[in-house]
Design a protein around this ligand. Structure first.
Ligand code: GSH
Length: 213
């Protein structure tokens, strides 16, 4: 069996999600890091699109973190990321939607601001408010269970936790001048959502390569 190769842009949450999934399923892999948003020619040539994460499995390439997790679950052994029931799948997909259409665009606003090099107080306030509102749902789910859909980690947890990691981590723990530090300096969960913060730690413990954003 050929070793999997992950093309990744740390500390992007969609990329972190795939690292978590690989570790959770106990899969060995090599990493090719993409730095910044330029120099994507090799990825475009391989997959026809420029975004990371991309996974290469022999002569197969898969892009899009949501597709990659499904590929891993369907083709490799190890603990399951998805559900064997229709209702279970619907529940996981609702959390994935919140990641793709809620947390993703909110963090994107903050990232665009940070990359522009100019602080904008309105953007900072708006994104913190969006994160707080979205995280109310996470906190409510964690009142009932240890993980978002029950007693075990699923793709739902892996889809959401990396985003909240930015808002609940200590900027000092990130490399100086990194994108992660720049974001976590202005994005906060504050004192609220204690269950969520503890759950983020439990999920992120699967990140074998980087605990800091
Ligand atoms: N839906 C995709 C989103 C991937 C994505 O947006 N990747 C970002 C990193 S978070 C990227 O490669 N951005 C490069 C760019 O915008 O030039 C997924 O889930 O993998």
């Amino acid at each position: 069996m050929t070793k999997l190769v992950l093309h990744t842009l740390p500390p992007s949450p969609f990329n972190t999600k795939v690292r978590l999934a690989l570790s959770f399923k106990g899969l060995d892999y090599d990493t090719v890091e993409v730095h910044g948003f330029d120099g994507r020619e090799a990825i475009v040539e391989a997959t026809g699109q420029p975004l990371t994460p991309v996974i290469v499995d022999g002569d197969r390439k898969v892009f899009d973190s949501f597709a990659i997790l499904r590929y891993l679950d369907a083709n490799f052994d190890g603990p399951r990321l998805y559900s064997n029931t229709r209702e279970g799948m619907r529940e996981i997909e609702r959390w994935e939607d919140l990641s793709r259409n809620g947390y993703g665009p909110a963090l994107g606003l903050m990232l665009n601001m940070v990359i522009s090099g100019e602080q904008n107080a309105d953007t900072i306030t708006l994104v913190n408010k969006l994160f707080d509102q979205l995280t109310v749902r996470v906190e409510q789910a964690l009142e009932k269970n240890a993980f978002l859909t029950g007693d075990a980690i699923t793709a739902a947890d892996l889809a959401i936790a990396p985003f909240i990691h930015f808002a609940s981590s200590d900027p000092e723990s990130s490399p100086e001048k990194s994108l992660g530090r720049a974001v976590s300096t202005v994005l906060h969960l504050g004192a609220r959502h204690a269950r969520t913060r503890a759950w983020v730690e439990r999920v992120m413990a699967y990140d074998r390569t980087a605990s800091a954003v």
